[in-house]
Design a protein around this ligand. Structure first.
Ligand code: SF4
Length: 357
């Protein structure tokens, strides 16, 4: 059987095959492809093959641990942990014993990283203390901080406290749906790079109202600033969310975005994330899930492990069902550049797919 795809699609896939940087217009073109078209399946195939070529069969599980709940006064519109959302009316910090238990669970069940997330007003020194404590207690899973904007001094302090990386994103709608300056967020990304932390990123939280061009600009930023990973996460609308009027994208739409983003990132990243865990994006180049415990900006439960969060075991099962291996060593924390597969024409291979003239 021969499938026909548009010559323009074929051209972008061939360019991506060589890991060339795509233009904003080419990324927008991919993000706008019709969902049921052969072009989208060709895009997803090319993205999946690019990930096999660069990441092998590894399925990464970076365990999110939300350290605290508070009615956060920053009031980002997409977040359930805000004062305005009215879901959490009191501040709660999970106990040190609880956090240690979760970290040990992560280590025992093969987590590739522990992402320690704080709300906007959480004391930075306490995050450092937790990093030092986990290291002194023998937790050897790489630590990734997910916290507020930081200075160079604070970035160095994270490194000294045992952190290997920092998750930071200029969110879609930053400065409009949040009170934060995109420029300040970008400065923090530069700080992370300058001090030698690995920079983890995601295009998030995507809703139907976000334009392909806004996404393309953030995708190119991630490529040019050398993100360790930068996939796509969709926004989850909690009951009463001010974003409910926009609706949510579905997993197929998310998979198309994951694929376009994967091709745009080329040979820069060590993994490609998506959230929440699901199968469709694993056929579109994603290979990194975030199992969740503790607080989450998408949940109504203070412990997302009892709410929306998927467990490490859940994520391992999804990978196995999709032919990926969660037990291989993580690619994200290796010091050297990843060797690419020797196999020729495996990325974006258009065998059986013919451009329609
Ligand atoms: S996203 Fe972070 S800073 Fe914004 S309201 Fe939620 S917890 Fe606060």
């Amino acid at each position: 059987m021969t499938c026909f795809i548009q010559p323009a699609t074929s051209e972008v896939l061939r360019k991506a095959e060589n890991f060339e940087e795509l233009s904003p217009e080419e990324i927008v073109y991919l993000l706008r492809l019709q969902l049921d078209s052969p072009d989208v399946y060709a895009l997803m195939h090319a993205a999946a093959m690019m990930s096999r070529r660069t990441f092998g069969l590894k399925g990464e599980r970076h365990m999110h641990i939300g350290l605290n709940v508070e009615p956060c006064r920053f009031d980002c519109l997409f977040c359930s942990l805000t004062g305005k959302a009215g879901i959490f009316t009191e501040s709660v910090e999970f106990s040190t014993e609880q956090l240690l238990d979760w970290a040990r669970l992560g280590q025992a069940q093969g987590a590739d990283a522990l992402n320690l997330m704080t709300t906007g007003f959480y004391p930075f020194e306490k995050l450092l203390e937790l990093g030092r404590l986990l290291k002194s207690e023998g937790v050897n899973v790489p630590l990734v901080a997910n916290t507020r904007d930081i200075t160079h001094q604070e970035g160095k302090a994270l490194l000294e406290a045992g952190f290997s990386g920092c998750y930071h994103a200029i969110r879609l709608g930053e400065g409009r749906d949040t009170p934060f300056s995109p420029d300040r967020r970008r400065q923090t990304i530069q700080v992370i790079k300058d001090v030698g932390l690995r920079w983890m990123n995601c295009i998030e939280p995507v809703g139907p109202e976000h334009s392909p061009r806004e996404m393309a600009d953030l995708i190119l930023l991630a490529r040019r600033m050398g993100a360790t990973y930068s996939g796509v996460m969709r926004r989850i609308n909690f009951p009463g969310s001010p974003m409910q009027k926009h609706g949510m994208i579905n997993e197929r739409e998310l998979a198309r975005m994951v694929a376009a983003t994967r091709l745009a990132m080329g040979d820069v990243p060590r993994a490609h994330c998506t959230h929440e865990p699901h199968t469709a994006s694993l056929m579109a180049g994603a290979n990194l899930f975030f199992p969740e415990v503790g607080s989450s900006p998408r949940d109504l439960e203070d412990d997302s492990g009892k709410g929306r969060g998927r467990s490490l075991q859940d994520c391992a099962l999804i990978y196995q069902e999709m032919g990926l291996d969660p037990w291989l060593e993580s690619n994200c924390f290796q010091p050297d550049a990843l060797p690419l597969s020797e196999r020729a024409n495996v990325c974006g291979n258009l065998t059986g797919i013919t451009a329609q003239n």
